[in-house]
Write a protein that binds this ligand. Structure first.
Ligand SMILES: Cc1ncc(COP(=O)(O)O)c(C=O)c1O
Length: 361
């Protein structure tokens, strides 16, 4: 009898195994995940608590209140929105719906690794375009596209590099890709980037029939634990995703909390203002203690540990863990000498720099 085995693409996937704060009674500072250091929106929290007494009921399969709230807030057509259990689920759903064995999916060199996982799970082939100094190279992506390219993933800004490309470059990418390729624009960190030449891509969705934009409630809105993401795209793409998604994929308290979060401008403003102060501070201080920091427009930075035979990335991670601080190694992004560090609260950021100064000098 043949041995039971998953599909070849599935075997290539390494299950998620990140470091977790040990339950050792210490108060750990977790800067390893890109969460909101200020916590959830208070309005979202109130809505979540309010929804708790109804959890014997299935959630609204049509996600109506949430989709209308997104449509109002972003001035987009409610019929072109679909919500998901975190944007991660949407990445999987769109890949499953549009790519399979024999198809290619374009990704970028240090792009978000959730893309590769989805491509492998769907049995398609990932084609990786080189970046230039941690920034997406649009021409390199266009050059790798062909008749088999069903999807092209672009995280803009990208995790873990923290860099972005201007909207004009995204438009150039769309124009350079074949018309049978769906461009999936992952704008998970759009809320943090207010540069004049940046856009989350809403206008490209509206002027093309082959662009899907993805966003999340996990970052700015502080709802990572609830798992809510959403996509805005052409009717046919939304229809295909709706066809395969679990009708009840976003829980009722999650829908209620995300709907309320969209009305909480104070929480968004406070989050943005915090990041606007502490992102540059963190970048400057990391450079001061000897790390190379890439210019970030997100709520985290990518920092390169200088080559030193006596002390590599692991020694830095171990030292920080000894001080109760977690940061994210990014070797699986092809960046073995780098760390991704999230902007924490003031005292967390200061504790990080003090701990680093102890070993980096
Ligand atoms: C670029 C990017 N896309 C998508 C996600 C998935 O986020 P979530 O599933 O929490 O919405 C992340 C999470 O870190 C991310 O960095």
């Amino acid at each position: 009898m043949d041995l039971l085995s998953p599909r070849p693409g599935v075997v290539q996937i390494k299950p998620y195994r990140a470091q977790r704060p040990p339950k050792d009674g210490r108060r750990w500072i977790d800067l390893s995940l890109t969460q909101n250091p200020l916590g959830p929106s208070p309005a979202a929290l109130a809505a979540y608590r309010n929804a708790a007494s109804h959890i014997h009921r299935y959630p609204d399969w049509g996600q109506d209140a949430l989709r209308h709230a997104i449509a109002r807030r972003h001035s987009v057509d409610v019929d072109h929105i679909v919500c998901s259990a975190g944007s991660e689920e949407l990445i999987h759903l769109v890949t499953q719906a549009f790519a399979g064995p024999g198809d290619e999916v374009l990704c970028h060199e240090h792009g978000y690794r959730g893309f590769l996982k989805a491509v492998r799970a769907a049995g398609a082939t990932a084609v990786i375009a080189a970046e230039r100094d941690m920034v997406v190279d649009v021409q390199a992506m266009i050059d790798r596209a062909n008749e088999r390219t069903k999807l092209c993933f672009l995280a803009n800004p990208n995790n873990p590099t923290g860099t972005y490309i201007p909207i004009e470059a995204v438009q150039r990418l769309r124009a350079g890709l074949p018309s049978h390729t769906l461009l999936v624009l992952d704008s998970a960190y759009a809320d943090y980037c207010r540069r004049p030449d940046y856009s989350d891509g809403t206008e490209i969705v509206e002027t093309s029939d082959n662009v899907l934009m993805i966003q999340t409630f996990s970052k700015m809105h502080g709802l990572a634990g609830l798992r809510v993401g959403w996509g805005y795209g052409p009717a046919g793409v939304i229809e295909a995703i709706n066809a395969i998604r679990n009708a009840f994929n976003v829980g009722a308290p999650a829908q209620a909390a995300a709907t309320a979060a969209l009305t909480d401008r104070d929480h968004e403003d406070a989050t943005y203002a915090h990041n606007a102060v502490w992102l540059p501070w963190l970048s400057r201080e990391l450079e001061r203690v000897g790390l190379r920091v890439y210019p970030s427009v997100c709520n985290f930075v990518l920092a390169r540990v200088p080559p030193d035979p006596s002390m590599g990335v692991q020694a830095v991670i171990d030292h920080l863990a000894g001080r109760g601080i977690l940061v994210k190694p990014v070797a699986d992004y092809g960046l073995p000498d780098c760390l991704r560090i999230t902007v924490g609260r003031e005292e967390e950021s200061k504790a990080l720099i003090a701990a680093l100064a102890e070993i980096l000098g």
